[in-house]
Design a protein around this ligand. Structure first.
Ligand SMILES: C[S@@+](CC[C@H](N)C(=O)[O-])C[C@H]1O[C@@H](n2cnc3c(N)ncnc32)[C@H](O)[C@@H]1O
Length: 269
């Protein structure tokens, strides 16, 4: 595969959260800094076709429903120049499933340490998908006197290296305060039953992008990239990339690997 020369590469980081590099064009629901463009990626990627050399997203794809995820990867393909590189990091469903079976079997055999790891694995698998409030059980577990911090940090990275704080919440434009419809909508909510209010609250939370709505492993992510037209699909680790000077940007590695539970995959347009 032809390697890039690193002169004036156009680099795009989608769903960057608070973790981005100023040499990149960075996008998230709301702007977490001067160099972050606010945009809902479910409305497409707001750049011209064939305009970037690299598109990267870390722990974003799993926040979209399966069909939206496919559209998102197709959009990534469109904004990449020919021979452009996509790098995707997602929580690795295969690793979670292996841990689940390992700690399930040991817990059945009354191994108490394994049971703690089993509890955490259930949080990774289900709390991240089903929670109806920010942080969910995972947030509570991380704030508690954890019985198995080493295991937890081996999965999600050391606290000094990771943002456990709440992610920015998508609340819509500031100008909504000047829109009479905002107040009409609020008045409409007053007429709802308590069940309907609860459903609305849950629905609104689930649309904020915090939940995992689908998950991937090395088989399904490769298949998705192929389906969207990508070639030369490779599994990477946090340090290795075909993106020139990858480690200089400190996106997947700061002091240590930022998100050790990740599957890292790259492909070429
Ligand atoms: C788990 S965080 C990952 C953040 C960062 N990429 C990282 O690796 O630390 C997921 C990010 O995706 C963003 N996100 C989720 N859905 C989005 C959407 N529809 N449009 C824009 N950003 C979205 C969230 O706001 C959040 O910052």
């Amino acid at each position: 595969m032809e390697k890039f020369k690193n002169s004036n590469l156009k680099l795009l980081n989608l769903g960057c959260g608070r973790h981005y590099h100023n040499d990149w064009t960075n996008v998230d629901f709301i702007s977490t800094g001067e160099k972050v463009i606010a945009h809902n990626l479910l409305n497409g990627i707001p750049f011209a076709k064939n305009s970037f050399d690299v598109v990267y997203h870390s722990h974003v794809l799993e926040h979209f429903e399966e069909k939206d995820g496919e559209n998102f990867i197709k959009e990534c393909y469109n904004v990449l120049k020919p021979k452009g590189i996509i790098r995707v990091a997602v929580p690795d469903l295969e690793q979670i499933a292996q841990n689940y079976l390992k700690y399930l079997n040991a817990s059945i055999e009354n191994d108490k340490d394994a049971e703690h790891n089993y509890n955490w694995t259930m949080i990774e698998l289900y709390d991240q998908t089903t929670r109806n409030y920010s942080g969910g059980k995972m947030g509570e577990y991380l704030k508690s006197n954890m019985p198995n911090p080493e295991f937890v940090y081996s999965r999600i990275g050391k606290p000094s290296n990771t943002n456990y704080e709440k992610l920015p919440v998508h609340r819509g434009s500031f100008f909504r305060f000047f829109n009479p419809m905002t107040y009409l909508r609020k008045a409409k909510v007053l007429l709802l039953s308590s069940e309907e209010k609860k459903a609305l609250k849950i629905g609104k939370f689930r649309m904020q992008g915090e939940n995992h709505l689908y998950m991937y492993d090395r088989f399904s992510l490769k298949r998705l990239l192929e389906k969207c037209g990508f070639k030369h699909i490779e599994i990477k680790d946090a340090y290795k990339s075909n993106i020139p000077d990858w480690n200089k940007y400190k996106l997947d590695v700061t002091n240590t690997v930022r998100k050790p539970d990740s599957l890292f995959m790259e492909a070429v347009k």
